[in-house]
Design a protein around this ligand. Sequence first.
Ligand code: G4P
Length: 503
Amino acid sequence: MTDFKDQLKTRRTFAIISHPDAGKTTLTEQLLLHGGVIREAGTVKGRGSKKLASSDWMAIEQQRGISVTSSVLQFDYEGKRINILDTPGHEDFSEDTYRTLMAVDSVVMVVDAAKGIESQTKKLFEIVSKRGIPVFTFFNKIDRDARSPFDLVDEIESTLGIQAFPMNWPIGSGQILQGIYDLQEKDMIPFKNATDHPEIREEGMEEVELLEEAGNDFDQEAVQNGKLTPVFFGSALAGFGVTEFLEEYLKYAPQPAGIETVDDEKITPDSDQFSAFIFKIQANMDPRHRDRIAFARIVSGEFKKGMDVTLSRTGKKLRLANVTQFMAEERENVENAVPGDIIGIYDTGNYQIGDTIYSGKKKITYPDLPTFAPEYFNKVIAKDVMKQKSYHKGITQLVQEGTIQLYKAWNSNEYILGAVGQLQFEVFKFRMENEYNVAIQFEPIGSKVARWINPDQVDEKMASSRNMLVKDRYDRPVFLFENQFALNWFKDKYPDVDLEAKM
Ligand code: G4P
């Protein structure tokens, strides 16, 4: 067995950010094919799953198969071990999607080449860009008519504010796709089913010449800092351009990085002291058990099955005996894991999102994960007034765990729940009923733009029909605006008031 310090150098941990339908699942399948984890495409996601009624979250979980339950896919390719963290999209979009982006070392951005950058990609990119980690772009579906590659590259720069560097270039697209030209190796990779169009090839090669004359150097440091994204073209469905993408990705994607603690100490991955942070807690993955699984990203040291750790927030000692990793549809019990890896720890209620665990004597605490401004809000009430005690207990625990965000009306005891995606409400309702035995009812108040306001500047008169003043769970004042217009109107009226998008 090699030393964990050598093992960690092989780890590449990333997430895919994309807009629904851009091809995230199809590309993931292709990558798993490369890793020999699956043998044919079409096995990852139960197709048609998007149409399921979503009231029974657990059943959905099971039927969706590994797109939900195996939140981490691991495979080996050319001496590297790759961890892909799932970032649920569609109606599964939630704060977990954002938090997962805090646990990766790089990101792959999949964009539909006919559509360009879409809203969800932009939102996710904004979260990622704050971390300054490498972003690799894959323009997908070039086997269909695509937009001009120049346009697409420009759009990255203008809408995302990041430089784009083409690694290869599509020669034609759709029916007339001839292939991709590898700008690094300077050679043409023909599309296998291409119909011959010499004029398209000529046109394409003129574009390639233009690019080469522009002669921008590939700035590896800018890639590492997330200032420049290497751009690839291909078709996940046709399995075209994927190998090239994967190999270049592995060349430039970083190995696991260290993190600074709240005491400003940088913990490097090769430190002998084990440390990890919890970025996601998933409940009821297995209907036979009530347990939750806390997903921990290993930052330093080596995880060994059965090891003792301390939970930094409480000082509690815990033994990591029951730990899983996720591969295809099986959960495997792990014996050893290293920085960059994700372990799933069976949890009976010890962990919260953002918790640090560590081995040894020296206390390690990583900074809290950021809170993301919710967009959807519901008032919530217990159907049965006799169940107030369990109702409050359930809400308190689920909020602490990071399932959903809690707000209170400014002048009453009304509870308002906030979420990034609708699924969070379904999960909350399901768990309140099943774990706390409390039936609840939502009263939708729609989507809002949340802004935290400096407490010294709050004046109840600022509330109007188009904004609502509430408190977050730490009693900090927050305005919920009807929409962006209402927010802009407010800013015009009260130019001196400080408003923050997130706390
Ligand atoms: P997502 O996970 O990002 O939501 O996207 P997914 O991979 O599920 O792909 C969405 C649709 O786009 C699928 O078609 C998929 O087959 C198609 N697709 C993905 N990559 C490519 C590509 O490179 N070229 C073309 N032409 N299509 C691509 P669907 O009809 O929605 O699903 P299915 O029922 O055909 O599987």
